[in-house]
Write a protein that binds this ligand. Structure first.
Ligand code: GUN
Ligand code: FE
Length: 417
Protein backbone atom coordinates (compact mmCIF):
# COMPACT_ATOMS: atom_id res chain seq x y z
CA UNK A 1 0.00 0.00 0.00
CA UNK A 2 1.96 2.96 -1.23
CA UNK A 3 1.96 6.71 -1.51
CA UNK A 4 2.03 8.15 -5.02
CA UNK A 5 0.53 10.71 -7.38
CA UNK A 6 -1.52 10.21 -10.56
CA UNK A 7 -1.94 12.94 -13.17
CA UNK A 8 -4.87 13.09 -15.62
CA UNK A 9 -8.45 14.31 -16.04
CA UNK A 10 -10.01 13.49 -12.69
CA UNK A 11 -13.77 13.08 -12.27
CA UNK A 12 -15.88 12.02 -9.29
CA UNK A 13 -19.36 12.61 -7.85
CA UNK A 14 -19.21 14.37 -4.52
CA UNK A 15 -23.00 14.25 -4.24
CA UNK A 16 -25.78 13.28 -6.66
CA UNK A 17 -25.98 16.93 -7.75
CA UNK A 18 -22.26 17.68 -7.79
CA UNK A 19 -20.15 16.02 -10.45
CA UNK A 20 -16.57 17.29 -10.14
CA UNK A 21 -14.38 17.54 -13.20
CA UNK A 22 -10.74 18.43 -12.53
CA UNK A 23 -9.00 18.61 -15.90
CA UNK A 24 -5.22 18.32 -16.02
CA UNK A 25 -4.96 17.68 -12.26
CA UNK A 26 -3.15 15.59 -9.67
CA UNK A 27 -4.65 12.89 -7.44
CA UNK A 28 -2.60 12.10 -4.35
CA UNK A 29 -2.67 8.74 -2.54
CA UNK A 30 -1.05 8.34 0.87
CA UNK A 31 -0.97 4.93 2.53
CA UNK A 32 -3.92 3.65 0.49
CA UNK A 33 -6.13 6.70 1.14
CA UNK A 34 -6.94 9.75 -0.97
CA UNK A 35 -5.33 12.98 0.10
CA UNK A 36 -7.12 15.07 -2.50
CA UNK A 37 -7.23 16.46 -6.02
CA UNK A 38 -4.94 19.40 -6.88
CA UNK A 39 -4.73 21.55 -10.00
CA UNK A 40 -1.02 22.08 -9.28
CA UNK A 41 0.98 19.55 -7.26
CA UNK A 42 1.81 20.99 -3.83
CA UNK A 43 5.52 21.04 -3.04
CA UNK A 44 5.12 18.60 -0.14
CA UNK A 45 4.16 15.79 -2.55
CA UNK A 46 6.95 16.42 -5.03
CA UNK A 47 8.99 13.51 -3.65
CA UNK A 48 6.25 10.93 -4.31
CA UNK A 49 6.39 8.73 -7.42
CA UNK A 50 4.18 10.24 -10.15
CA UNK A 51 2.44 8.42 -13.00
CA UNK A 52 1.34 10.73 -15.79
CA UNK A 53 -1.77 9.45 -17.55
CA UNK A 54 -1.95 12.55 -19.76
CA UNK A 55 -5.45 13.06 -21.22
CA UNK A 56 -6.87 9.88 -19.72
CA UNK A 57 -9.77 9.95 -17.29
CA UNK A 58 -9.34 8.96 -13.66
CA UNK A 59 -12.61 7.83 -12.04
CA UNK A 60 -13.44 6.27 -8.67
CA UNK A 61 -13.77 2.47 -8.68
CA UNK A 62 -17.38 1.32 -8.80
CA UNK A 63 -19.31 -0.64 -6.16
CA UNK A 64 -21.92 -3.25 -7.12
CA UNK A 65 -24.03 -4.07 -4.06
CA UNK A 66 -25.92 -6.98 -5.63
CA UNK A 67 -24.88 -9.82 -7.93
CA UNK A 68 -24.93 -13.62 -7.97
CA UNK A 69 -21.59 -15.32 -8.69
CA UNK A 70 -23.09 -18.75 -9.50
CA UNK A 71 -25.42 -17.24 -12.10
CA UNK A 72 -22.66 -15.70 -14.23
CA UNK A 73 -22.45 -18.89 -16.32
CA UNK A 74 -26.01 -18.48 -17.64
CA UNK A 75 -26.17 -14.70 -18.06
CA UNK A 76 -28.39 -13.74 -20.98
CA UNK A 77 -30.34 -17.01 -20.92
CA UNK A 78 -34.00 -17.51 -20.02
CA UNK A 79 -34.89 -13.84 -20.32
CA UNK A 80 -38.32 -14.72 -21.69
CA UNK A 81 -39.35 -15.82 -18.19
CA UNK A 82 -40.54 -13.94 -15.12
CA UNK A 83 -38.85 -14.31 -11.74
CA UNK A 84 -40.45 -17.42 -10.23
CA UNK A 85 -40.31 -19.44 -13.47
CA UNK A 86 -36.78 -18.20 -14.16
CA UNK A 87 -35.66 -19.36 -10.70
CA UNK A 88 -37.09 -22.83 -11.31
CA UNK A 89 -36.04 -23.22 -14.94
CA UNK A 90 -32.60 -21.62 -14.89
CA UNK A 91 -31.31 -20.56 -11.52
CA UNK A 92 -31.90 -23.50 -9.23
CA UNK A 93 -30.61 -26.18 -11.67
CA UNK A 94 -27.43 -24.14 -12.22
CA UNK A 95 -26.87 -23.39 -8.53
CA UNK A 96 -27.23 -27.11 -7.71
CA UNK A 97 -24.04 -27.74 -9.70
CA UNK A 98 -21.97 -25.94 -7.05
CA UNK A 99 -22.13 -29.02 -4.82
CA UNK A 100 -19.30 -30.13 -7.11
CA UNK A 101 -16.16 -28.21 -6.15
CA UNK A 102 -14.42 -28.79 -9.45
CA UNK A 103 -17.34 -27.20 -11.31
CA UNK A 104 -17.35 -24.35 -8.77
CA UNK A 105 -13.62 -23.75 -9.31
CA UNK A 106 -14.12 -23.50 -13.06
CA UNK A 107 -17.23 -21.33 -13.06
CA UNK A 108 -16.22 -19.07 -10.16
CA UNK A 109 -12.78 -18.68 -11.75
CA UNK A 110 -14.42 -17.24 -14.87
CA UNK A 111 -16.74 -15.03 -12.84
CA UNK A 112 -13.92 -13.51 -10.79
CA UNK A 113 -11.75 -13.05 -13.85
CA UNK A 114 -14.54 -11.10 -15.56
CA UNK A 115 -15.27 -9.00 -12.48
CA UNK A 116 -11.66 -8.02 -11.88
CA UNK A 117 -11.35 -6.67 -15.42
CA UNK A 118 -14.55 -4.62 -15.08
CA UNK A 119 -15.14 -1.21 -13.51
CA UNK A 120 -16.13 -2.87 -10.22
CA UNK A 121 -13.60 -2.58 -7.43
CA UNK A 122 -15.99 -3.54 -4.59
CA UNK A 123 -18.92 -5.94 -4.67
CA UNK A 124 -21.46 -7.70 -2.49
CA UNK A 125 -22.04 -11.16 -3.86
CA UNK A 126 -24.44 -14.09 -3.42
CA UNK A 127 -22.93 -17.59 -3.49
CA UNK A 128 -25.03 -20.74 -3.20
CA UNK A 129 -26.17 -22.83 -0.22
CA UNK A 130 -22.90 -24.79 -0.40
CA UNK A 131 -20.37 -23.76 2.30
CA UNK A 132 -17.28 -25.24 0.59
CA UNK A 133 -18.01 -23.68 -2.80
CA UNK A 134 -18.76 -20.33 -1.14
CA UNK A 135 -15.43 -20.40 0.71
CA UNK A 136 -13.73 -21.23 -2.59
CA UNK A 137 -15.42 -18.20 -4.19
CA UNK A 138 -14.07 -16.09 -1.32
CA UNK A 139 -10.54 -17.41 -1.86
CA UNK A 140 -10.73 -16.45 -5.55
CA UNK A 141 -12.09 -12.98 -4.78
CA UNK A 142 -9.41 -12.44 -2.15
CA UNK A 143 -6.69 -13.39 -4.64
CA UNK A 144 -8.18 -10.98 -7.22
CA UNK A 145 -7.46 -7.91 -5.12
CA UNK A 146 -11.11 -6.82 -5.19
CA UNK A 147 -12.87 -5.98 -1.93
CA UNK A 148 -16.09 -7.89 -1.33
CA UNK A 149 -18.73 -9.33 0.92
CA UNK A 150 -19.87 -12.84 0.04
CA UNK A 151 -22.90 -14.74 1.31
CA UNK A 152 -23.57 -18.43 1.68
CA UNK A 153 -27.25 -18.62 0.74
CA UNK A 154 -29.81 -19.96 3.25
CA UNK A 155 -32.82 -21.89 1.91
CA UNK A 156 -34.87 -24.43 3.83
CA UNK A 157 -38.11 -24.44 1.88
CA UNK A 158 -39.73 -24.07 -1.52
CA UNK A 159 -36.80 -24.95 -3.71
CA UNK A 160 -35.66 -28.20 -5.36
CA UNK A 161 -34.52 -31.04 -3.10
CA UNK A 162 -30.94 -30.68 -4.32
CA UNK A 163 -30.66 -27.16 -2.94
CA UNK A 164 -32.94 -27.37 0.10
CA UNK A 165 -31.12 -27.47 3.42
CA UNK A 166 -32.56 -30.22 5.66
CA UNK A 167 -34.11 -27.80 8.15
CA UNK A 168 -33.47 -24.50 9.92
CA UNK A 169 -31.02 -26.05 12.40
CA UNK A 170 -28.97 -27.66 9.61
CA UNK A 171 -28.91 -24.40 7.64
CA UNK A 172 -27.76 -22.42 10.69
CA UNK A 173 -25.10 -24.99 11.62
CA UNK A 174 -23.73 -24.95 8.05
CA UNK A 175 -23.68 -21.15 8.18
CA UNK A 176 -21.73 -21.08 11.45
CA UNK A 177 -19.28 -23.61 10.10
CA UNK A 178 -18.81 -21.54 6.97
CA UNK A 179 -18.31 -18.39 9.07
CA UNK A 180 -15.51 -20.13 10.96
CA UNK A 181 -13.73 -21.02 7.68
CA UNK A 182 -14.38 -17.73 5.90
CA UNK A 183 -11.61 -15.57 7.29
CA UNK A 184 -9.99 -13.25 4.79
CA UNK A 185 -8.57 -9.74 4.83
CA UNK A 186 -10.64 -8.18 2.02
CA UNK A 187 -13.45 -10.70 1.55
CA UNK A 188 -15.99 -10.68 4.36
CA UNK A 189 -19.08 -12.77 5.10
CA UNK A 190 -22.63 -11.44 4.85
CA UNK A 191 -25.74 -13.34 5.95
CA UNK A 192 -27.90 -14.25 2.97
CA UNK A 193 -31.44 -15.57 3.38
CA UNK A 194 -32.34 -15.87 -0.33
CA UNK A 195 -35.78 -14.28 0.04
CA UNK A 196 -38.81 -14.76 2.25
CA UNK A 197 -40.41 -17.60 0.22
CA UNK A 198 -37.35 -19.83 0.59
CA UNK A 199 -36.77 -19.39 4.34
CA UNK A 200 -38.93 -20.70 7.18
CA UNK A 201 -39.76 -18.54 10.18
CA UNK A 202 -37.47 -20.70 12.26
CA UNK A 203 -34.57 -20.07 9.91
CA UNK A 204 -35.21 -16.32 9.77
CA UNK A 205 -35.35 -16.22 13.58
CA UNK A 206 -32.00 -18.04 13.79
CA UNK A 207 -30.39 -15.79 11.18
CA UNK A 208 -31.68 -12.71 13.01
CA UNK A 209 -29.86 -13.95 16.11
CA UNK A 210 -26.74 -14.89 14.18
CA UNK A 211 -26.31 -11.47 12.60
CA UNK A 212 -26.48 -9.86 16.04
CA UNK A 213 -24.10 -12.39 17.64
CA UNK A 214 -21.44 -12.02 14.94
CA UNK A 215 -22.30 -8.41 14.05
CA UNK A 216 -22.82 -9.32 10.40
CA UNK A 217 -24.48 -7.43 7.56
CA UNK A 218 -27.47 -8.97 5.76
CA UNK A 219 -28.49 -9.17 2.09
CA UNK A 220 -31.68 -10.44 0.49
CA UNK A 221 -34.38 -9.74 -2.11
CA UNK A 222 -37.48 -7.61 -1.52
CA UNK A 223 -40.65 -6.94 -3.54
CA UNK A 224 -39.26 -7.67 -6.99
CA UNK A 225 -42.18 -9.30 -8.78
CA UNK A 226 -45.95 -9.09 -8.30
CA UNK A 227 -46.45 -12.87 -8.01
CA UNK A 228 -43.62 -13.04 -5.48
CA UNK A 229 -45.20 -10.25 -3.40
CA UNK A 230 -48.57 -12.05 -3.43
CA UNK A 231 -46.85 -15.29 -2.37
CA UNK A 232 -45.20 -13.58 0.60
CA UNK A 233 -48.62 -12.21 1.63
CA UNK A 234 -50.00 -15.77 1.57
CA UNK A 235 -47.09 -17.07 3.62
CA UNK A 236 -47.31 -14.30 6.24
CA UNK A 237 -50.94 -13.14 6.30
CA UNK A 238 -50.60 -11.68 9.79
CA UNK A 239 -47.69 -9.38 9.02
CA UNK A 240 -48.42 -6.01 7.42
CA UNK A 241 -45.92 -6.21 4.55
CA UNK A 242 -43.01 -7.97 2.87
CA UNK A 243 -40.61 -5.49 4.49
CA UNK A 244 -42.23 -6.14 7.87
CA UNK A 245 -41.40 -9.86 7.56
CA UNK A 246 -37.67 -9.14 7.45
CA UNK A 247 -38.03 -6.59 10.23
CA UNK A 248 -39.96 -8.98 12.45
CA UNK A 249 -37.10 -11.46 12.35
CA UNK A 250 -34.38 -8.87 13.02
CA UNK A 251 -33.06 -8.93 9.47
CA UNK A 252 -33.13 -5.18 8.81
CA UNK A 253 -29.91 -4.26 10.58
CA UNK A 254 -29.46 -0.47 10.61
CA UNK A 255 -27.03 0.69 7.88
CA UNK A 256 -25.92 -2.94 7.38
CA UNK A 257 -28.63 -4.39 5.17
CA UNK A 258 -28.95 -4.59 1.41
CA UNK A 259 -32.32 -5.36 -0.17
CA UNK A 260 -32.34 -5.93 -3.92
CA UNK A 261 -35.13 -4.62 -6.19
CA UNK A 262 -37.62 -3.06 -3.73
CA UNK A 263 -40.07 -2.13 -6.49
CA UNK A 264 -43.52 -2.62 -4.98
CA UNK A 265 -43.47 -0.83 -1.62
CA UNK A 266 -46.09 0.95 0.46
CA UNK A 267 -45.33 4.31 2.08
CA UNK A 268 -45.11 2.52 5.42
CA UNK A 269 -42.49 0.11 4.08
CA UNK A 270 -40.49 3.00 2.65
CA UNK A 271 -40.53 4.75 6.02
CA UNK A 272 -39.22 1.61 7.71
CA UNK A 273 -36.48 1.12 5.10
CA UNK A 274 -35.45 4.76 5.34
CA UNK A 275 -35.41 4.76 9.14
CA UNK A 276 -33.24 1.64 9.20
CA UNK A 277 -30.87 3.02 6.56
CA UNK A 278 -31.36 -0.03 4.35
CA UNK A 279 -29.47 0.04 1.03
CA UNK A 280 -31.90 -0.57 -1.82
CA UNK A 281 -30.01 -2.15 -4.72
CA UNK A 282 -31.84 -0.86 -7.79
CA UNK A 283 -31.38 -3.46 -10.52
CA UNK A 284 -32.90 -1.77 -13.57
CA UNK A 285 -31.51 -4.16 -16.17
CA UNK A 286 -32.62 -7.23 -14.22
CA UNK A 287 -36.05 -5.71 -13.67
CA UNK A 288 -36.42 -5.14 -17.41
CA UNK A 289 -35.10 -8.60 -18.35
CA UNK A 290 -37.49 -10.48 -16.05
CA UNK A 291 -40.38 -8.06 -16.72
CA UNK A 292 -40.40 -7.34 -12.98
CA UNK A 293 -41.25 -3.64 -13.00
CA UNK A 294 -39.59 -0.24 -12.55
CA UNK A 295 -38.56 1.17 -9.19
CA UNK A 296 -39.70 4.81 -8.74
CA UNK A 297 -36.07 5.82 -8.32
CA UNK A 298 -36.47 9.61 -8.41
CA UNK A 299 -39.29 9.54 -5.84
CA UNK A 300 -37.35 7.17 -3.59
CA UNK A 301 -34.27 9.40 -3.69
CA UNK A 302 -36.36 12.48 -2.93
CA UNK A 303 -37.87 10.63 0.03
CA UNK A 304 -34.46 9.99 1.52
CA UNK A 305 -34.14 6.29 0.68
CA UNK A 306 -30.63 5.01 -0.02
CA UNK A 307 -30.78 3.63 -3.57
CA UNK A 308 -27.79 2.35 -5.52
CA UNK A 309 -27.23 0.95 -9.01
CA UNK A 310 -26.53 -2.80 -9.01
CA UNK A 311 -26.15 -5.43 -11.73
CA UNK A 312 -27.97 -8.46 -10.23
CA UNK A 313 -26.10 -10.83 -12.52
CA UNK A 314 -27.53 -13.05 -14.01
CA UNK A 315 -31.00 -11.52 -14.12
CA UNK A 316 -28.94 -8.51 -15.13
CA UNK A 317 -26.97 -9.82 -18.10
CA UNK A 318 -23.68 -7.99 -17.48
CA UNK A 319 -21.60 -7.09 -14.42
CA UNK A 320 -20.25 -4.01 -16.28
CA UNK A 321 -21.27 -1.19 -13.94
CA UNK A 322 -20.68 1.55 -16.54
CA UNK A 323 -23.32 -0.11 -18.71
CA UNK A 324 -25.61 -0.53 -15.70
CA UNK A 325 -25.41 3.25 -15.18
CA UNK A 326 -26.39 3.88 -18.82
CA UNK A 327 -29.25 1.42 -18.68
CA UNK A 328 -30.54 2.87 -15.40
CA UNK A 329 -30.57 6.34 -16.98
CA UNK A 330 -32.36 5.02 -20.08
CA UNK A 331 -35.06 3.28 -18.05
CA UNK A 332 -35.49 6.39 -15.88
CA UNK A 333 -36.18 8.36 -19.07
CA UNK A 334 -38.90 5.95 -20.17
CA UNK A 335 -40.36 6.08 -16.66
CA UNK A 336 -40.35 9.91 -16.70
CA UNK A 337 -42.54 9.87 -19.82
CA UNK A 338 -45.35 8.36 -17.78
CA UNK A 339 -44.62 10.22 -14.54
CA UNK A 340 -44.55 13.96 -15.12
CA UNK A 341 -42.89 15.00 -11.88
CA UNK A 342 -40.12 12.38 -11.91
CA UNK A 343 -37.18 13.71 -13.85
CA UNK A 344 -34.81 11.26 -15.49
CA UNK A 345 -31.48 10.50 -13.88
CA UNK A 346 -28.44 12.55 -14.95
CA UNK A 347 -24.92 11.23 -15.71
CA UNK A 348 -23.64 12.76 -12.47
CA UNK A 349 -26.38 11.09 -10.45
CA UNK A 350 -25.73 7.80 -12.24
CA UNK A 351 -22.03 7.95 -11.43
CA UNK A 352 -22.82 8.79 -7.79
CA UNK A 353 -25.22 5.83 -7.47
CA UNK A 354 -22.47 3.48 -8.66
CA UNK A 355 -19.58 4.99 -6.67
CA UNK A 356 -19.93 7.12 -3.54
CA UNK A 357 -23.54 6.08 -2.85
CA UNK A 358 -22.95 2.32 -2.59
CA UNK A 359 -19.36 2.93 -1.47
CA UNK A 360 -20.65 4.05 1.93
CA UNK A 361 -21.49 0.40 2.65
CA UNK A 362 -17.70 0.01 2.98
CA UNK A 363 -17.20 3.22 4.96
CA UNK A 364 -15.41 6.01 3.09
CA UNK A 365 -15.09 4.72 -0.48
CA UNK A 366 -16.22 5.83 -3.92
CA UNK A 367 -14.93 9.40 -4.20
CA UNK A 368 -11.58 11.22 -4.18
CA UNK A 369 -12.25 13.27 -1.07
CA UNK A 370 -9.63 13.32 1.65
CA UNK A 371 -9.59 10.13 3.72
CA UNK A 372 -11.47 8.00 1.18
CA UNK A 373 -10.07 4.60 0.22
CA UNK A 374 -7.98 4.98 -2.94
CA UNK A 375 -10.02 3.00 -5.49
CA UNK A 376 -9.50 4.38 -8.98
CA UNK A 377 -9.93 3.48 -12.65
CA UNK A 378 -7.85 4.96 -15.44
CA UNK A 379 -9.93 5.18 -18.61
CA UNK A 380 -8.59 5.49 -22.15
CA UNK A 381 -11.33 6.70 -24.52
CA UNK A 382 -9.04 8.32 -27.11
CA UNK A 383 -9.70 5.86 -29.88
CA UNK A 384 -9.28 8.36 -32.72
CA UNK A 385 -5.97 10.18 -32.57
CA UNK A 386 -6.47 13.94 -32.48
CA UNK A 387 -10.25 13.87 -31.95
CA UNK A 388 -11.05 16.60 -29.43
CA UNK A 389 -13.34 15.66 -26.57
CA UNK A 390 -13.74 17.14 -23.11
CA UNK A 391 -13.25 14.97 -20.03
CA UNK A 392 -17.03 15.05 -19.45
CA UNK A 393 -17.65 13.86 -23.01
CA UNK A 394 -15.18 11.02 -22.50
CA UNK A 395 -16.99 10.09 -19.29
CA UNK A 396 -20.29 9.88 -21.15
CA UNK A 397 -18.76 7.69 -23.86
CA UNK A 398 -17.22 5.37 -21.28
CA UNK A 399 -20.53 5.02 -19.42
CA UNK A 400 -22.52 4.29 -22.56
CA UNK A 401 -20.10 2.18 -24.56
CA UNK A 402 -16.89 1.60 -22.63
CA UNK A 403 -15.63 -1.87 -21.82
CA UNK A 404 -12.68 -3.59 -20.18
CA UNK A 405 -10.35 -2.56 -22.98
CA UNK A 406 -10.87 1.08 -22.01
CA UNK A 407 -9.76 0.46 -18.41
CA UNK A 408 -5.98 0.70 -18.63
CA UNK A 409 -5.19 0.79 -14.90
CA UNK A 410 -7.03 0.02 -11.70
CA UNK A 411 -6.23 0.72 -8.04
CA UNK A 412 -7.90 -0.82 -5.00
CA UNK A 413 -7.02 0.53 -1.55
CA UNK A 414 -4.02 2.23 -3.15
CA UNK A 415 -2.67 -0.93 -4.78
CA UNK A 416 -2.39 -1.27 -8.56
CA UNK A 417 -4.43 -4.33 -9.69
N1 GUN B 1 -35.25 -13.67 -5.73
C1 GUN B 1 -34.83 -14.80 -5.09
N2 GUN B 1 -33.73 -15.29 -5.66
C2 GUN B 1 -33.42 -14.49 -6.67
C3 GUN B 1 -32.36 -14.47 -7.64
O1 GUN B 1 -31.48 -15.34 -7.68
N3 GUN B 1 -32.37 -13.46 -8.53
C4 GUN B 1 -33.32 -12.49 -8.52
N4 GUN B 1 -33.29 -11.53 -9.44
N5 GUN B 1 -34.32 -12.48 -7.64
C5 GUN B 1 -34.36 -13.47 -6.73
FE1 FE C 1 -30.63 -10.97 -7.07
Amino acid sequence: MGSFVLHGNIIDSESPERLRVAADSYLVCEEGRCTGVFSALPERFSGLPLTDFGDRLILPGMTDLHLHAPQFAFRGLGMDLELLDWLNARTFPEEAKYADLSYAALAYGQFVDCLRRSATTRAVVFGTVHPAATTLLMELLEASGLVSYVGKVNMDRDCPEALREADAAASLAATEQWLASARFAHTKPILTPRFVPSTTEKLMTGLGRLCETYDLPVQSHLSENRNEVAWVKELHPDLPSYTAVYDTFGLLRPEKTIMAHAIYLSDEEKRLLRDKGVYLAHCAQSNANLTSGIMPLRRNLENGLTCTIASDVAAGHTPAMNKQIALTIEISKLYSLKHDREKALTIGEGLYLATKGPGRFYGQTGSFEKGYAFDALVIHMDDIEGLERTPFEKLQQFIYDGDDRNIIARYVDGVSR
